[in-house]
Write a protein that binds this ligand. Structure first.
Ligand SMILES: Nc1ncnc2c1ncn2[C@@H]1O[C@H](COP(=O)(O)OP(=O)(O)OP(=O)(O)O)[C@@H](O)[C@H]1O
Ligand SMILES: [Mg+2]
Length: 495
């Protein structure tokens, strides 16, 4: 056999069994598929038969009437069950669903921003709430860390209440940030400081209420002047006046007023130091200390502000008046004296029965509260708020600022604490974590409210109005944002 034939034979031997195997494999596969299909059909038929059997068994058994049991047994059976719609008062429902958000303070008053729980708008007006009996005194305490938006909230509240006919008084503005707002709303900022030509005359007559007779007016002016000079002397002396000092001031004042149409402080000081001698000849001696104390205001380190006729007038009819203390912040006696003068004028305007309602804003109050005379006046305004128709607002950084006033147990400290106690609206902006405990304790906050405080953003605050609580976002109009901005100096040059 040739080599080629051998090769062909080998090939035929190899090819024939391979084809056979393929055929057998196909046969096996078909048989397996047919078997599986057969099994599947059998299973399906069995399942159908079982389901049919169950269904027919179910149908054959009667458990309950299709429409449910009638009468008192109705709730025991599945089936249609109808109740009449339930209606109740919101007070009852608030008890049944205590986590539902607050209903809000109504829509009357000044828009503040958004109530973050309900998503609705938040409106606040102390006079409206007072009239509705929700609060019993219109005073507000606002505390929050530096830059949390406290002053902006105060500015919004008072500017937005101007269209409601209210006026604004800022009796001491250590940063001078309310000056621009006062000018923008058609009010006036009294800027005082060394080197300025502005003068305040503590002997000004002040505001004359309508309906006073000339005689009553003369008596009012005399007593106002006596009180104010006495308060100024007390501030500089840092103690109360003795009866002899009272007499020395009174006699000097009477003599100066009798001889001059526009009495000024230097005249009174001269007169106290060199009086027309009275019977016992010791008047000069009695008035020496008080004379020199007041001399400090006209010739000493506090000179240049009170030693001439007033160049500015406290006009209570303006929508806003602010006393800008930004030029005198370094001198605490001067601040105290200036605020004493301005509070006295303000009081004369407040006493006017036609004076209307006013916001009185103590921004950076922690600085002002360190002056005992101012704190006393603040306390008096606080207590007389309802009588005068004023709403006081006290702004500071943390509630423990109140514990830095005076010594523990002192009268000053208790006055400061009574300010908080007499404020039914307490607004807490962001607080440092070390302040949470004292703040929660002072305001009676719940654990949840307390946890909320460190996470509050700019303009967000917890408002406690009596026993009610709101978490709000104060919203600013772009024009307000531009006017109220206090960050421009910090941001200047930063892209
Ligand atoms: N509701 C607000 N929405 C947006 N920005 C705000 C809001 N409130 C305040 N700001 C911004 O935060 C800045 C600081 O605000 P603001 O001066 O009111 O803070 P503050 O708490 O009074 O600070 P300080 O303790 O220093 O007096 C403002 O210049 C303003 O740009
Ligand atoms: Mg501020």
């Amino acid at each position: 056999m040739s080599a080629r034939e051998t090769e062909r034979l080998h090939a035929s031997v190899l090819v024939a069994p391979a084809a056979e195997r393929r055929r057998l494999r196909t046969q096996r596969r078909r048989a397996a598929t047919a078997l599986r299909a057969e099994q599947h059909r059998a299973e399906q038929a069995a399942a159908r038969a079982k389901a049919d059997a169950e269904r027919s068994e179910r149908r054959a058994t009667t458990y309950l009437p299709a429409a449910g049991e009638p009468g008192p047994a109705a709730l025991r059976t599945p089936g249609r069950f109808r109740l009449p719609r339930h209606q109740d008062t919101s007070a009852t429902l608030a008890g049944a669903y205590p986590f539902v958000a607050e209903g809000g303070l109504g829509a009357d008053g000044v828009f503040v921003g958004q109530d973050l729980y309900s998503g609705g708008s938040f409106v606040y007006d102390p006079w409206v709430l007072y009239a509705r009996g929700i609060i019993t005194a219109p005073n507000v305490v606002l505390a929050g860390i530096v830059g949390s938006g406290k002053s902006s909230l105060a500015k919004s509240l008072y500017t937005r209440s101007l269209p409601f006919g209210r006026r604004v008084y800022v009796p001491g503005d250590p940063k001078g940030e309310h000056t621009a707002v006062a000018n923008a709303v058609g009010g006036r900022a009294i800027v005082l400081g060394h080197g300025l030509s502005t003068r305040l005359n503590p002997l000004d007559e002040g505001h004359r209420s309508a309906g006073l007779s000339d005689r009553e007016w003369a008596i009012t002016v005399a007593s106002r002047r006596r009180d104010l000079i006495g308060a100024l002397a007390e501030t500089v002396l840092a103690r109360g006046l003795t009866p002899l000092e009272h007499t020395a001031i009174d006699l000097a004042l009477t003599a100066v007023v009798a001889q001059n149409t526009v009495p000024i402080l230097p005249m009174v000081v001269d007169r106290i130091l060199t009086p027309d001698e009275a019977a016992d000849g010791r008047l000069a001696e009695d008035g020496r200390l008080v004379g020199h104390a007041l001399r400090r205001l006209v010739a000493g380190d506090l000179a240049g502000l009170f030693d001439g006729p007033s160049t500015v007038r406290f006009d209570p009819s303006l929508p806003m008046i602010s006393l800008d203390l930004s030029r005198v912040t370094e001198n605490s006696t001067l601040i105290s004296v200036l605020m004493t003068c301005s509070s006295a004028w303000m009081e004369s305007a407040l006493l006017d029965p036609n004076g209307g309602q006013r916001w009185v804003i103590y921004d950076e109050a922690w600085r002002l509260m360190s002056h005992p005379a101012l704190l006393k006046r603040m306390d008096a305004h606080w207590r007389l708020a309802r009588h005068y128709g004023i709403a006081n607002m006290l702004i500071f950084h943390k509630l423990s600022d109140l514990d830095n006033v005076g010594d523990a147990g002192s009268a000053m400290r208790s006055l400061a604490n009574s300010l908080l106690a007499n404020a039914e609206t307490r607004i807490v902006y962001r607080q440092e974590s070390d302040q949470l405990g004292p703040t929660a304790q002072a305001l009676g906050l719940t654990g949840t409210e307390q946890k909320l405080l460190p996470g509050l953003g700019v303009g967000q605050g917890l408002w406690r109005i009596k026993d009610r609580a709101f978490v709000t976002q104060h919203q600013l109009h772009p024009a307000e944002l531009a006017l109220f901005d206090t960050s421009s100096r910090l941001n200047s040059g930063v892209k």
